[in-house]
Design a protein around this ligand. Structure first.
Ligand code: MN
Length: 197
């Protein structure tokens, strides 16, 4: 099968106290896995069955008859990417190339952090907040439900999952507090810098 569930790149309790082991257990082992399993059922026996998530997303985007395949493949890709965007003792001001680009393209780290938080807070319903590279410049954007920048030819550098399942066990309805905790304590800037290379 072509959609696969990667292992988490850290222990389930590694992101505590900001994200609990319980949240990672449900989020990775139940939600992420369900997108993998459901997507694989939908592509079984079709010409998509040997493709990876990114190829499937690009092949079915915009095809209403394949919306179920798109949604599951995009959620598989988005979650695999999201896990890599987090790490224990992360967050705060970046270093390296992305730090310089944030100053150049947003004016300051503070301005960037406010924009990313605002994108996540104002995403109505489920979705994702993103830092992307578009036309050589950094930009903050948001997508609804399963939608993903890679379906639209835009390169993601960082994402924050703002579906309720990402934070409800730890933060209940306090989505802004969850996003702030990720920004201040969990962003894997080494990974973001590697995406810029
Ligand atoms: Mn999620």
């Amino acid at each position: 099968m072509s959609l696969t569930l990667p292992d988490l790149p850290y222990a389930k309790d590694a992101l505590e106290p900001y994200l609990s082991a319980k949240t990672l257990e449900f989020h990775h082992d139940k939600h992420h896995k369900a997108y993998v399993d459901n997507g694989n059922k939908l592509i079984a026996g079709t010409d998509l069955d040997k493709e990876d998530a990114e190829a499937i997303i690009k092949k079915v985007v915009g095809d209403a008859s394949k919306a179920g395949i798109f949604n599951n493949a995009a959620q598989v890709w988005n979650h695999s990417f999201y896990w890599l965007c987090l790490k224990p003792k992360g967050g705060g001001r970046p270093t390296g190339e992305v730090a310089q680009k944030i100053d150049a393209d947003f004016g300051s780290y503070q301005k960037f952090a406010e924009e990313l938080k605002n994108a996540g807070v104002t995403q109505f319903g489920s979705g994702w907040a993103w830092l992307v590279l578009k036309d050589g410049k950094l930009a903050v954007t948001k997508t609804g439900n399963a939608d993903t920048p890679i379906a639209h030819g835009i390169k993601p550098l960082l994402t924050v999952d703002v579906w309720e399942h990402a934070y409800y066990l730890d933060y209940q309805n306090r989505r802004p507090d969850y996003i702030q905790a990720v920004i201040d304590n969990l962003i894997n800037w080494d990974f973001v810098n590697s995406r810029l290379k």
